[in-house]
Design a protein around this ligand. Structure first.
Ligand code: NAD
Ligand code: MG
Length: 389
């Protein structure tokens, strides 16, 4: 029996994780569930999974949840505030941490899990984008295992040798290929991009996800963040990471070997598959996802991404090559931009412009301590907000 803490339990990945765990009550026990503001959803999750701890951001919300749980006879202890997330992530009872908070807010608790040597199921890609070097180094020092949940990285992880330890050359790998759906605006005439609405942007053709990652998918910043994520997870230089547009989202990514072999992982676009894989690794278990019916797949297509349509992808490669705090700044500016777009304060093409302007403003400094990363994150947010104003 393994104890699991889910950071961001009420989100899309959090709920999919609980859907997998629901099928395996004999293997996993939910130790802690955290949410930002969704108190009612968290209460229902506590009612079903009866964790030891639940955590919310706000003290008053936590007090209300405490009362509500007591009324229905649930003994879950309710904590609040940012430090509570790190506490439950690093608690000695926790064996596995599902890192499923969206954005920079997940960095500190996921870092705490790494320092405590936990098995980390990583969905929160922004952690690696902001602080990849530091996070990977810390995980190594404390013997924490990082298992990728992002579908592309989980696919690559599955397509690499089981004993892969970070040496692509030794594994005979020529290139990692990330597939990208292209999002809802893949074929929209370029001139119309300036008029797209948040509602159109978050309507992803293949996946149901949180709002921020849906906007990132539409701008292809999501793929840019994933290039940086792949760099840190697999120790791959930028030139060994390729992106290919595959609108069907059936091939989740590929590894190209020196002999010309391409090993891919295929499956229905359902996050329960990579979640179940990471949970059960190195064995396998049921995920509850629909089976892929090969005979119903009439067409799988692959094309090169158009960087004029998706400038965010180019910006992410540039930030990765620049190194230091550049990816931290990219991520912070993008979080501000995505939020501003969702609030109708900037246009869709402004997202890339804002990220580029913010990146231009900051000299490249090292990102070698958590403080340096958090400082760069704060400054980049302030700058991006001031550019919008
Ligand atoms: P979501 O918006 O649906 O959920 C986010 C979760 O984080 C919620 O539980 C929310 O309460 C919590 N949260 C938000 N802000 C917080 C804060 N300031 N402090 C503490 N908790 C906070 O997002 P999602 O789609 O589940 O994505 C989560 C992460 O997983 C993201 O990094 C995303 O890029 C990654 N991811 C998601 C998918 C997907 O299918 N949804 C796929 C691959 C990777
Ligand atoms: Mg992905």
């Amino acid at each position: 029996m393994q104890n699991i803490t889910i950071l961001g339990a009420t989100g899309s990945i959090g709920q999919n994780t609980l859907a997998v765990l629901r099928q395996h009550p004999d293997r996993y026990r939910v130790f802690a569930l955290t949410a930002h503001r969704q108190k009612d959803k968290l209460r229902e999750q506590c009612r079903e999974f009866k964790p030891e701890y639940a955590a919310l951001d706000d003290a008053a919300d936590a007090a209300t949840l405490r009362d509500e749980l007591r009324e229905i006879g649930i003994k879950t202890e309710v904590l609040y505030g940012a430090d509570a997330l790190s506490e439950v992530a690093a608690a000695s009872e926790t064996d596995i941490v599902m890192a499923a908070i969206v954005g920079a807010a997940g960095l500190s608790p996921t870092y705490a899990a790494a320092k405590a040597g936990k098995k980390i199921l990583l969905a929160n890609k922004e952690v690696l984008v902001m602080a990849g070097a530091l996070f990977i180094q810390t995980a190594k020092e404390h013997d924490a295992k990082i298992l990728p949940v992002d579908s592309e990285h989980n696919a690559i992880f599955q397509a690499l040798p089981l004993d892969f330890s970070g040496n692509l050359a030794a594994a005979g790998v020529r290139k990692l290929w990330l597939t990208a759906s292209g999002g809802p605006f893949l074929d929209l005439p370029l001139a119309e991009l300036a008029k797209v609405t948040p509602e159109q942007a978050i309507k992803h053709p293949n996946w149901t996800m949180g709002k921020k990652i849906s906007v990132d998918s539409a701008s292809m910043m999501n793929k840019g963040l994933e290039v940086i994520e792949a760099h840190w997870l697999f120790n791959a230089p930028p030139e060994q990471i390729g992106v290919v547009v595959h609108p069907q989202s059936i091939v989740h990514s590929l590894v190209e070997y020196l002999d010309g072999s391409l090993i891919a992982q295929l499956g229905a676009p359902d996050m329960r598959i990579p979640i179940a894989h990471a949970l059960a690794w190195p064995s396998r278990m049921e995920s509850g996802a629909a089976r892929l019916d090969l005979s119903s797949l009439s067409k799988l297509s692959f094309t090169t991404p158009d960087l004029a349509r998706f400038p965010c992808l180019g910006l992410a490669y540039d930030a990765l090559k620049a190194g230091g705090i550049a990816p931290t700044v990219l991520n912070a500016a993008n979080e501000v931009a995505a939020a501003a777009f969702l609030e109708n304060r900037i246009s869709f093409p402004d997202i890339a412009k804002l990220v580029a302007k913010t990146l231009d403003y900051f000299p490249i400094m090292p990102a070698d301590t958590l403080e340096a990363v958090l400082h760069a994150d704060r400054q980049a947010r302030e700058k991006a907000l001031s550019i919008i104003a």
